[in-house]
Design a protein around this ligand. Structure first.
Ligand SMILES: C[S@@+](CC[C@H](N)C(=O)[O-])C[C@H]1O[C@@H](n2cnc3c(N)ncnc32)[C@H](O)[C@@H]1O
Length: 251
């Protein structure tokens, strides 16, 4: 089985058309829809369904650090893994041949359109990878797991503290929690602290100063790194993101 990544779009015209579709929906944003707390799945579906097929190609250049995060997670052979807010399941490819050593990997998401893409991807590992349509704040797998991670989803979950508490509850003692996401920090300059939260809020992404403190409070840090990443079609501007890996206490 080959795990090499295909180029997102071999031809430039196809890539431009695909990017334009995604940009259109990003510019439209979740305006007027962000407060729909009664139907978060419907809100996500309205936002993502029209761009689902083009999601991976565009996010490849926006969601930095995902490969590195997955590389740092070290579920044991026979281990169980959950991605909360897993979208199209793109991160599964970053596990490479390690996928076949795992017992079970679950992609949990509320958005049916993205889960359809994930389901097609999971077919590469029919006995290992599964999709679950559920809320990250409440979903519980049948057994405790060795590793839970969020990849650019914590910032999209309104009650992210509940999602974090839920992740810890499903993690076995000594298990690993991983997060990669946009954020802001008091160490950032005024432009970064003011511009990026407004920019991303338009698409329902809430940049917080509180993710890293909350993560270091609930796990023993193994890795914490803050970086800046380029943003497609915004030349010269970089958005702040972090990578975090922590261990749940054995007690
Ligand atoms: C920016 S996407 C990231 C997708 C994927 N993790 C990746 O790295 O490509 C954020 C994802 O979080 C999902 N999401 C948002 N709120 C959620 C919730 N309450 N429960 C489950 N998934 C949620 C969205 O549907 C979306 O797929």
């Amino acid at each position: 089985m080959g795990f090499a990544e295909k180029p997102a779009h071999p031809n430039t015209l196809a890539s431009l058309v695909s990017d334009s579709l995604v940009l259109l929906h990003l510019l439209k944003g979740q305006r007027g829809d962000d407060g729909d707390h009664d139907d978060p799945g419907g809100r996500l579906e309205r936002f993502y369904a029209p761009q689902a097929e083009h999601y991976d190609a565009f996010r490849e250049r926006l969601l930095h650090g995902r490969r590195k995060l997955i590389g740092m997670l070290a579920p044991p052979p026979g281990g169980r893994v959950v991605e909360l807010g897993g979208g199209t399941g793109r991160n599964l490819d970053f596990f490479g041949p390690r996928m076949l050593s795992l017992e079970r990997v679950e992609i949990v998401d509320l958005c049916p359109a993205l889960l359809r893409q994930a389901r097609a991807r999971c077919a590469k590992w029919p006995d290992v990878a599964f999709t679950v349509q559920a809320d990250a704040t409440t979903y519980r797998p049948a057994h405790q797991v060795d590793c839970v991670y969020f990849s650019y989803s914590l910032s999209m979950i309104p009650d992210w503290r509940a999602a974090l508490a839920n992740a810890l509850a499903m993690l076995r003692p000594g298990g690993t929690l991983g997060v990669v996401d946009f954020h802001v920090s008091p160490r950032h300059g005024a432009f970064t602290r003011n511009f990026w939260p407004r920019w991303f809020a338009h698409d329902g992404v809430r940049l917080s100063t509180e993710h890293i403190p909350a993560l270091t409070d609930c796990t023993a840090p193994l890795h914490c790194e803050e970086r800046m990443g380029s943003v497609p079609y915004l030349p010269g501007l970089c958005a702040p993101y972090y990578l975090y890996v922590g261990r749940k206490s054995l007690a």
